[in-house]
Write a protein that binds this ligand. Structure first.
Ligand code: NDP
Ligand code: MG
Length: 371
């Protein structure tokens, strides 16, 4: 039995993970569940799974659960936990990832903001504590699945992007998009923040940075192609020119299960089987970088390195929250991020303090751009 702590249990990845775990109760047990603020859903999950530990990060004092950000770390480092599934959204998931890796756990990571904010620190925590990082993000799971049994290192990755709900819209229409339009993703059903990130293509920039850190490749070796059907999750090129791809209908259940079992696989009856004849055409097109400027802003921050990716991520979190709250139009999101990055005084991302202070400053500068 592998014992799982699930952080962010009430979200899209959290509930999908519980669905996967319920089909594999013979192999996994849930020992900890931590949610953000949804007390009612957490109570139902606790009744169904009876974990040894449960907590609500943003709960009231009378919610009946331990509360506070430190509960994430508490759950992630428990001795009765082997695998930490980090499905928290945003930089709030960073401490738990670092602590779990430091405590020698496997971290099945959906929380890509963790790697973008502090990729080098995460790698160092894994080395120091003997922990292991396995991506849940579908593109990165695809890359891992294509690379893990190879005798040579990959030389180029091509991550696929659905293109989001505005793939075919002209620039002016995109700039004026409403919240409801941005939340209407064509192929994936996800939490609000990542859905908006998919519409701006910030998500793909975060994923390029995530791939850079996970697979130790330079930015020039990480490309992106738009693939509206979301069936090919990534291509991986090897030095001899051979290219492997991982394919399947868009469902997070496969990458979640794989992150739990890697490098082994378990039979899963809950996932529809891919049929190339009925599965529809597979098409590919270039990213419209000029019309979706957040992508280049994000990858530029990645290339700049140091604390710039942390600043990009923090400013993006603030801008997306403001868009979702109706405070700024869709077209302002890249402008707010750019303002924060213009005011970012880059430093090395070699300590948690440096990363946190870049994160805090970028949040202030993003706020300032909106007042
Ligand atoms: P959701 O918004 O659906 O869920 C987020 C989860 O995080 C919820 O359980 C929420 O709790 C919790 N949470 C929010 N803020 C905090 C906080 N400050 N401290 C602790 N917990 C918090 O997001 P998704 O499940 O869609 O995404 C989760 C992560 O996975 C993101 O990093 C995303 O980029 C990544 N990801 C998601 C994919 C998807 O298909 N959804 C695909 C690939 C990556 P509550 O609701 O109780 O407040
Ligand atoms: Mg992805």
């Amino acid at each position: 039995m592998r014992r799982v702590a699930l952080l962010g249990s009430t979200g899209s990845i959290g509930t999908t993970t519980l669905g996967v775990l319920s089909r594999h109760r013979d192999a996994f047990e849930v020992t900890a569940l931590v949610a953000g603020s949804n007390a009612a859903m957490l109570r139902e999950q606790v009744a169904a799974w009876r974990p040894a530990y449960s907590a609500l990060v943003r709960g009231d004092t009378d919610c009946g659960f331990p509360t506070g950000a430190e509960t994430l770390v508490e759950a992630a480092t428990r001795p009765d936990v082997d695998i930490v599934v980090n499905a928290v959204v945003g930089a709030a998931g960073l401490d738990a990832t670092l602590a779990a890796l430091g405590a020698g756990k496997r971290v099945a990571l959906a929380n890509k903001e963790t790697l973008v904010t502090a990729g080098a620190l995460v790698a160092a925590a894994a080395r120091a504590g003997g922990g292991e990082l396995v991506p849940i993000d579908s593109e990165h799971s695809a890359v891992l699945q294509c690379t893990c049994s190879q005798g040579a290192k990959a030389c180029r990755l091509i991550l696929t992007a659905s293109g989001g709900p505005f793939r075919t819209w002209d620039r002016e229409r995109v700039r004026a998009a409403t919240v409801a339009e941005a939340l209407n993703h064509p192929t994936w059903n996800m939490g609000a923040k990542i859905t908006v990130d998919s519409a701006t293509l910030a998500n793909k920039a975060l994923e390029v940075i995530e791939a850079h850190f996970l697979f130790d490749l330079p930015y020039d070796a990480v490309d992106v192609v738009v693939h509206p059907q979301s069936i090919v999750h990534a291509f991986v090129e090897f030095p001899d020119g051979s290219v492997l791809a991982q394919v399947g209908y868009p469902s997070m259940e496969v990458p979640i299960l794989y992150a739990l079992t890697h490098p082994a696989r378990r039979a899963d009856t809950g996932v529809p089987r891919y049929d190339p004849v009925t599965g529809g055409d597979l098409t590919f097109e270039p990213l419209r970088r000029d019309d979706f400027p957040t992508f280049d802003i994000g990858v530029g921050a990645g290339r700049q390195g140091g604390t710039a990716p942390a600043a990009f991520n923090a400013a993006n979190e603030v801008a997306v929250a403001a868009f979702l709250a109706g405070r700024i139009p869709f077209g302002r999101i890249p402008e707010v991020i750019e303002h924060a990055l213009d005011h970012h005084d880059g430093s090395a991302a070699d300590s948690l303090d440096a990363v946190r202070s870049a994160d805090r400053a970028a949040r202030c500068h993003a706020d300032e751009a909106m007042t």
